[in-house]
Design a protein. Structure first.
Length: 168
């Protein structure tokens, strides 16, 4: 129960950081995708189910607040969290570089899927323009912020594991 409460608090904090604080620190007109970093981190650290859960909760929050279609962002985050859970089985969870690289690839996958559902299906086919103006700056910014933010998430996860082991 403690882990679920902490996950919801982290989702709310990540959402608030993404939508308020980082609006003041835009890089090329974009903000880092903090909820994607959180989804990647939980998928990598805790596995497919945790990545799926954090992804769908984060995506639904974004969809309810900003989405035209409810569920598109939730499905994208869910797929990304689930896929990162598979990668977490392959690589050592103590590694600090793999989640950063995963964040970059996940942000690229997010861009492609989001573009497909929100732009391509509406007839806007200039993917190179969208990639250069939105996609690439967001990939770079999110990956750079993930270097710091992933360490915070990982630290909190270790502390929660310690608390849960003491209670058991």
């Amino acid at each position: 129960m403690l882990r679920i409460v902490v996950i919801f608090i982290e989702i709310i904090i990540s959402f608030l950081l993404q939508t308020t604080v980082f609006r003041w620190f835009k890089l090329a007109g974009t903000v880092p995708n903090m909820l994607l970093i959180l989804t990647v981190a939980y998928g990598f650290l805790k596995g497919r189910k945790a990545g799926l859960f954090v992804g769908i909760a984060s995506g639904l929050l974004v969809d309810f607040m900003y989405g035209d279609l409810i569920g598109i962002t939730a499905i994208i985050y869910m797929v990304i969290g689930y896929a990162n859970g598979y990668v977490g089985k392959i690589f050592n969870r103590e590694d600090k570089i793999v989640p950063i690289v995963l964040t970059g690839f996940s942000q690229f996958a997010y861009f492609i899927l989001y573009y497909t559902f929100n732009f391509l299906l509406r007839g806007r086919v200039n993917i190179f323009f969208y990639f250069m103006t939105i996609g690439l700056p967001e990939i770079v910014y999110t990956t750079l912020i993930a270097i710091i933010y992933y360490r915070i998430i990982s630290f909190l996860d270790v502390k929660i594991d310690g608390i849960l082991k003491k209670e058991a």
